[in-house]
Design a protein around this ligand. Structure first.
Ligand SMILES: Cc1ncc(COP(=O)(O)O)c(C=O)c1O
Length: 433
């Protein structure tokens, strides 16, 4: 804790946030299904009534005194934390800043022409610290948990969330335990250990890891930061929605395509749009939100197509895109509500298309993208082919993670060549002509 405060104090001087005197305007938490309100400081878990996710609600009337389109234009530093009034961390002393947020929204002409889109861009979440959008959620949730006195944090993770939890916990000086399925990418396992967190590898799926996280919470008094098991990670994720609106001149795109596992990206952005509208920063128009899952684990797609409010747990979940290997999402109804209210949808992509698209994205100039990003691009291709999305529409694809964080594809690498000029001239150069 001491280390965390010291670190935050140093960061404070570089953030130069202008915000309401008393910090965040977080006022209460609201039950996603029960609609019950709880004091914001009282809970860091699920709704005690129905064991469903809680969402943070802000005093938006007070927030609008200091936040608006013009004010945001004057806030040049702080990245994600520029939105401090709409984030739950109340005291600046608990802001853990590793450079998260404000990722570029890049036009992608070559990718657009492959997809048949004239106006597409990519939100480069892979450029966040820890190489994925998971940094946003953990930055905010770890800060808030430490502010509420947490001494030990635990989370079930497919990989990237664990890496982010480890990094932000280390920066805050708080203990962290990450539980991953034993087949989580080795890259993520190493990242957690190298950052000094505890790692448990479980013979099971992420939902089983979630059960172990619950036991650690109950037995050891740790705070459980698993997806949507507490209200604050989604608050960090929602900043993607704030940024998108700002980057598009306070307009929203026609469609957003997002690789979906536990669904915090989708749920968070939808919440961001509601808050921006309440603050008169955008109008009532919303993008169509599309979830992409893998054919080997597509509970949200199945529930969407069946018209169900809740998703049935997926049996024998299997996909190389580890972040999408989520057989049952605690916030399933929140994701499905967003997809339906927005007039969007959900598609499942075949496994071979995910790996094939990863290579294609690289060749089209997107760099080495994660398998989850590749799944989203493959899903967008399917949506274009089935004419669900208009070719002239303004479409944003989310690049949620960097390729080096996924299990590497099976690619034949060349044999080493001798360090010999004659050999190069005779055997190498002809092959390059
Ligand atoms: C790179 C990447 N993309 C997408 C996802 C899915 O995100 P969510 O669980 O918020 O739906 C994950 C989850 O681990 C991920 O690591």
């Amino acid at each position: 804790m001491e280390g965390g405060r010291g670190h935050s104090a140093r960061i404070r001087s570089t953030l130069r946030l202008k915000r309401a005197e008393t910090g965040s305007t977080l006022s209460h938490l609201e039950g996603g299904l029960s609609g019950r309100r709880y004091e914001a400081d009282a809970l860091m878990g699920l709704d005690p009534i129905d064991q469903r996710p809680l969402l943070a609600r802000y005093d938006l009337a007070r927030a609008r005194q200091t936040i608006g389109c013009e004010q945001m234009a004057t806030r040049r530093s702080g990245r994600l934390w520029r939105w401090a009034e709409l984030l739950p961390v109340r005291s600046q002393a608990f802001i853990i800043y590793l450079g998260e947020g404000e990722t570029p929204l890049q036009p992608a002409r070559h990718l657009g022409s492959w997809l048949g889109l004239t106006n597409m861009s990519v939100k480069r979440e892979s450029l966040n610290p820890t190489g994925s959008f998971k940094a946003r959620g953990m930055a905010v949730a770890v800060g808030r948990a430490v502010e509420l006195g947490a001494k030990h944090l635990v989370a079930a993770s497919a990989g990237n969330a664990g890496g982010a939890l480890a990094a932000y916990s280390a920066a805050a000086g708080v203990r962290a335990t990450v539980i991953m399925p034993a087949d989580a990418p080795a890259q993520n396992q190493v990242e957690v250990l190298a950052t000094g967190a505890g790692l448990l590898l479980l013979e099971g799926l992420i939902s089983d890891c979630g059960r172990l996280a619950g036991v650690i919470r109950d037995e050891l008094g740790a705070i459980d930061l698993s997806t949507l098991k507490e209200p604050y990670r989604v608050e960090g994720k929602k900043t993607m929605g704030f940024e998108l609106a700002e980057q598009l001149g306070w307009q929203l795109p026609d469609a957003i395509v997002y690789p979906t596992g536990g669904g915090t990206g989708i749920v968070g952005m939808w919440k961001a749009f509601e808050e921006l509208e309440a603050l008169d920063m955008i109008g009532t128009r919303r993008p169509r939100m599309f979830s992409v899952q893998a054919e080997g684990c597509a509970p949200i797609v199945l529930a969407y197509n069946a018209g169900d409010r809740f998703a049935k747990p997926w049996d024998r979940a299997a996909t190389a895109a580890a972040g999408l290997r989520v057989p049952s999402a605690v916030g399933d109804f929140l994701i499905l509500d967003c997809l339906r209210k927005s007039g969007g949808g959900a598609v499942a992509v075949p496994e071979r298309d995910i790996v094939e698209t990863q290579g294609r994205l690289g060749r089209l100039g997107l760099g080495y993208a994660s398998l989850e990003t590749a799944a989203a691009a493959a899903g967008l291709k399917m949506l274009m082919e089935s004419r669900v999305i208009e070719p002239e529409g303004r479409v944003v694809l989310f690049d949620t993670g960097a390729g080096f964080k996924s299990e590497p594809p099976v690619i034949a690498v060349p044999r080493p060549i001798p360090n010999d000029v004659e050999f190069w001239k005779e055997r190498v150069i002809p092959g390059l002509r």
